[in-house]
Write a protein that binds this ligand. Structure first.
Ligand SMILES: Cc1cc2nc3c(=O)[nH]c(=O)nc-3n(C[C@H](O)[C@H](O)[C@H](O)COP(=O)(O)OP(=O)(O)OC[C@H]3O[C@@H](n4cnc5c(N)ncnc54)[C@H](O)[C@@H]3O)c2cc1C
Length: 371
């Protein structure tokens, strides 16, 4: 018998396990693959509350950003708060950047318009004299793999594939079971299936090609690139990756992203064509293009809490899960330890899906700044 069984050692499950152990609870953290090897391994990991239009969703993402600032003080290798520089040249990007910067300024978010000269100081990219520049000083980028490694060094992971949940029992593929006072499903894209096995409902967006579900992430080798923070241009998002690489997104190319097969060669070729003029002093090379599968509840909003009133089974499924993980972990750990329900999560409980059964299709992020 354990206090809490957690299914999934992605960024959400690992953070929750650590938060519970720090509160003195016994935790069994179950993972079928490599800890952090799911969606958390294919994240752009931009720490922000940039385009979170619902104000309650904006509020929880702000808590996530604050929580990462505390982690930065303790574990500086896991996150960098070097801000975001957005550089718009074409009319569409100018319009969207103006609109979102003004909106964020209005909300009191650290956002401001800046000069091309400042963009040149902050990034190695060539910036045209007539470019529109905005800077978001409070934002950062995380290294999820490094943080998960710190967390799982403190909480051992049991390698086991979970086949279903039956009340307090977590059923394992090898026929064994783990019995717990509370079970928390943090299984990323497998959360819908496991919640259903426990009698609950937590629909995720359907895993379809050319939808919000899938996105590319390219690893670019560009020695001496000089990029220190998030940079958003008209057609690329880039940030420092691990080991001196760059992590690059080109959201408009995501239409063909499909985990069923290797990315078409044209995707790497097009990313290379776009990045080469941005880093003229390097000879960039695309070393890999990976496909990420987003974990998004069907209404696009975070789901965190019991799957039904009084149930011993809880679930956490969310997009922006890198930003949100450290804050969600603390508040859900408090609740699991008998604390009062977190008011900011009132509209984010999974049991809303017991009564709301239809959801409008979600638009895929396709333009700079969308994600
Ligand atoms: C392309 C892309 C870009 C993104 N960019 C950002 C961004 O800029 N900022 C941001 O904040 N977020 C971003 N996200 C979202 C963020 O990465 C995710 O919300 C987050 O990683 C989800 O973490 P998780 O722990 O819920 O899921 P996962 O990391 O998938 O972890 C779930 C774990 O559960 C395990 N598991 C599954 N089934 C079982 C089972 N049956 N038994 C045992 N274990 C099981 C899996 O192996 C996995 O390790 C992005 C996502 C993608 C795809």
């Amino acid at each position: 018998m354990t206090d809490v069984a957690i299914v999934g050692a992605g960024i959400i499950g690992a953070a929750l396990a650590d938060a519970l152990v720090r509160r003195g609870r016994t935790v069994t953290l179950l993972e079928s693959g490599r800890p952090g090897g799911g969606t958390s391994a294919t994240s752009f990991a931009w720490i922000n509350s940039h385009k979170k239009h619902a104000l309650d969703y904006h509020a929880i993402n702000l808590r996530g950003v604050e929580a990462w600032r505390r982690i930065a003080a303790d574990l500086p290798d896991t996150v960098a708060f070097t801000g975001t520089v957005a550089i718009a040249g074409d009319d569409t990007h100018r319009a969207s950047l103006t609109q979102r910067t003004e909106r964020l300024i209005g909300l009191g978010y650290p956002a401001r318009f800046a000069t091309p000269a400042e963009a040149r100081d902050r990034t190695p990219l060539p910036v045209a004299d007539d470019a529109l520049v905005a800077i978001f000083d409070g934002e950062g980028h995380a290294f999820p793999g490094r943080w998960i490694a710190h967390l799982t060094a403190r909480v051992p992971v049991r390698t086991a594939a979970v086949t279903g949940i039956d009340g307090h029992d977590v059923l394992l593929a090898d026929g064994d079971r783990v019995t717990a006072d509370a079970v928390v499903i943090c299984a990323g894209t497998a959360t819908e299936r496991l919640v259903a096995s426990a009698g609950g409902v937590l629909p995720l967006v359907p895993p379809e090609v050319d939808s919000i579900s899938y996105g590319y992430l390219a690893d670019v080798v560009a020695p001496g690139h000089g990029v220190t923070g998030i940079v958003k241009t008209d057609r690329l998002g880039l940030r420092p990756g691990e080991d001196g690489t760059l992590l690059v997104q080109a959201l408009d190319l995501d239409r063909s992203a499909d985990p069923a097969g290797p990315p078409p060669d044209e995707v790497a070729a097009e990313i290379l064509r776009r990045i080469t003029p941005l880093l003229p002093r390097t000879s960039p090379r695309v070393s890999a293009v990976r496909v990420g599968h987003r974990v998004i509840p069907a209404d696009a909003r975070t789901a965190a809490g019991r799957i039904a009133p009084g149930s011993p089974v809880w679930a956490i499924a969310t997009h922006s899960g890198v930003t949100l993980a450290p804050w969600l972990a603390e508040v859900i750990a408090d609740e699991l330890c008998g604390g009062a329900p977190e008011p900011l999560l009132a509209a984010f409980r999974p049991d809303r899906f017991l009564t709301t059964t239809t959801h409008a299709p979600l638009a895929a992020p396709r333009t700079s700044g969308d994600q």
